[in-house]
Design a protein around this ligand. Structure first.
Ligand SMILES: [Zn+2]
Ligand SMILES: [Zn+2]
Length: 307
């Protein structure tokens, strides 16, 4: 049982997978969005504008804003079809081809006869994209909604803009229910930045790859070679039958989540290493863990499976 984010070769690259520009409802042009992330020290970025007719179905061509140390992946936030609550689907696709055929969403409200959310997600995955169920808590997704996106690779466990602006930034509930049902999904933290006050540089993905190229990053994301963070750095995680060993930035606690109520917990009091016995999660088919930093921010690893 191992987490390939920590056992595969390469190093971690920090990036944001969900961002908007003024090609849709963001404040800044794509070039300036890229410049700000590069200046902040990010290694990569996906600009993912709203893929609807109102904005002429934009896929921001960010290739020209790359530098030797800052790379971009093409992407979009796809919208088509209604969820159970009647609202339009939001599905992030990273690694889309620039000529991805647009759907039939004219604006932010579902209309009769449009392609469904699950269908546009499948089409994006078939086109090579890494598909993320966006902000499930903010969007009010039902469990049936979440289940229906069978093409998803990942769920946003944290969406910074939804946390800041709506206090509904989490995706834990949907993620854990799907995982309990056997879905082998990964989790991610994103900004969903529009460059409104405070909605950027708050959630990111740490992707393990041997080189910082769009191709290597995309392959690593699909393979689960990553973890999500809002602050803490996780240096190493080693799972074995009865214990998990964690090395991280100074932390208040590490907790392990498994099926149902099954959790394990260690208080670190600012420490950077722990050997945490798996007393309650030892029989769970899967486990994942959360590091809480000394400032209250969190980082999350992908689930590992016992079979
Ligand atoms: Zn959205
Ligand atoms: Zn968005």
């Amino acid at each position: 049982m191992e987490d390939p984010a920590f056992t595969s070769p390469g190093r971690f690259w920090r990036g944001n997978l969900h961002t908007h520009s003024n090609l849709s409802d963001g404040v800044l042009p794509p070039e300036e969005v890229c410049r700000r992330y590069a200046d902040e020290g990010y290694d990569f970025l996906a600009v993912t504008d709203h893929f609807i007719g109102l904005y002429d179905f934009p896929i921001a061509r960010t290739e020209g804003f790359q530098t030797p140390t800052f790379k971009t992946l093409l992407g979009a936030e796809l919208h088509s079809g209604a969820m159970e609550n009647g609202d339009l689907w939001h599905i992030v696709a990273v690694g889309l081809p620039a000529d991805f055929a647009h759907g039939s969403a004219p604006h932010f409200v579902p209309v009769d006869g449009m392609e469904s959310g699950p269908d546009i997600a499948r089409r994006a995955r078939e086109a090579g994209a890494f598909v993320i169920i966006a902000h499930p808590e903010w969007g009010g997704l039902s469990l049936a909604d979440a289940r229906s996106i069978d093409a998803a690779h990942a769920v946003e466990i944290y969406n910074h803009s939804c946390e800041v602006e709506a206090d509904r930034g989490r995706g834990h509930w949907h993620f854990d229910r799907l995982t309990e049902e056997g879905r082998r999904l990964t989790l991610c933290a994103t900004d969903d930045a529009h460059f409104r006050p405070g909605d950027y540089f708050g959630g990111w993905q740490m992707v393990k790859a041997e080189e910082n190229t769009p191709e290597a990053l995309l392959a690593a994301l699909k393979a689960g070679h990553s973890y999500a963070s809002c602050g803490p750095t996780i240096e190493d995680v080693r799972w074995s039958k009865g214990v998990v060993e964690v090395v991280c930035s100074p932390a208040t606690s590490v907790s392990v989540q498994g099926r149902g109520w099954h959790v394990d917990y260690a208080h670190l009091d600012g420490g950077t290493e722990v050997s945490l016995p798996l007393l309650n999660t030892g029989d769970s088919p899967w486990v994942r863990l959360t590091v809480v930093g000394t400032d209250g921010t969190r980082a999350w690893t992908n689930p590992v499976w016992r079979s």
